[in-house]
Design a protein around this ligand. Structure first.
Ligand SMILES: Nc1ncnc2c1ncn2[C@@H]1O[C@H](COP(=O)(O)OP(=O)(O)OP(=O)(O)O)[C@@H](O)[C@H]1O
Ligand SMILES: [Mg+2]
Length: 265
């Protein structure tokens, strides 16, 4: 089966000439439909840069990004736009993705119909999206600042879902949230995965959270994938010294409130 998303030796960085900063070094990853790949690594290792490369916000210096087997760099402009709509990023900072002067309803309507999205024309779809992230329909009339961090994160998830993507790239969606709210957001994502066979690239520096949501795990260090495999294999027998170090630094018995995420076991 052709993977939904494939990164083939992708390198990327910022700046030019002597000031060039290389961030990603030949990163290769494969994401099959319906699977969740957890990407973990220390701050500054290049996780967000990778997320941005996948959705076209950072252009690779070399390597290929394939969506359903199609090379993004080789596709025509219209085709790229169509392929990109299949992959939605939930950015690390939900404030950055939500326009403060737009009601949540209008923001969702715009994602549903980029040409003429107004909340009043899409009431049912908006209520449906909000319900999927466990929010009341009246949230549509409010502005982003009128929500808590966890609620705002759920709005950002709803906005990504509005485009009906095949793949969601979730960049640190739980990192700014306290434990119980983390569980709530993870619960929402868990539900979505069960209901819709959503494919997800789940990025976090938190190993416990990654372990909870992922089918496979990739560990990044200094812009390189240093470990990559099935979750249980990675966690039970980490091959790389860096992964072992990460695992040793997860406090034992840490209370990760995950019951909400897996109501059916
Ligand atoms: N727009 C940019 N211009 C220049 N350098 C950048 C830019 N964005 C990121 N970097 C640099 O690239 C490196 C990787 O950053 P990135 O945000 O991808 O890391 P990260 O793994 O997501 O970290 P965190 O866990 O803190 O979110 C860092 O050294 C960062 O300073
Ligand atoms: Mg980041």
């Amino acid at each position: 089966m052709t993977p939904v998303l494939e990164l083939d030796r992708v390198s990327a960085g910022f700046g030019w000439g002597p000031r060039r900063k290389a961030v990603l070094h030949e990163v290769s990853l494969t994401l099959e439909a319906g699977r969740t790949l957890g990407l973990v690594g220390e701050s500054g290792s290049g996780k967000s840069t990778l997320a941005k490369a996948v959705v076209g916000l950072v252009r690779p210096a070399s390597g290929r990004i394939l969506v359903d087997g199609e090379d993004l760099a080789a596709a025509g402009r219209d085709r790229i736009a169509a392929l990109r709509r299949r992959i939605q990023l939930i950015p690390q900072d939900p404030y950055a993705s939500l326009n403060p002067r737009m009601t949540v309803g209008d923001a969702l309507a715009e994602a549903i119909d980029p040409r003429r999205g107004r909340a009043r024309d899409h009431r049912e779809a908006i209520a449906g999206l909000l319900a999927r992230v466990a929010m009341d329909a009246d949230a549509a009339d409010r502005y982003p600042h009128a929500f808590s961090g966890g609620q705002r994160q759920r709005v950002a998830i709803a906005r990504a879902l509005a485009v009906r993507p095949e793949v969601i790239v979730a960049d640190e969606v739980t990192s700014a949230l306290d434990c119980s709210v983390q569980a709530e957001v993870l619960g929402v994502l868990g539900e979505l995965r069960r209901e819709t066979r959503l494919t997800m690239l789940f990025i976090s520096h938190d190993l416990a959270v990654v372990r909870h949501v992922s089918d496979e795990v990739a560990v990044m260090s200094g812009g390189r994938i240093v470990e990559y495999g099935e979750r249980d294999a990675v966690f039970s027998a980490p091959a790389h010294a860096y992964t072992r170090l990460l695992l040793e630094n997860v406090p034992d018995g840490r209370p990760l409130h995950t019951t909400a995420a897996q109501p059916n076991g």
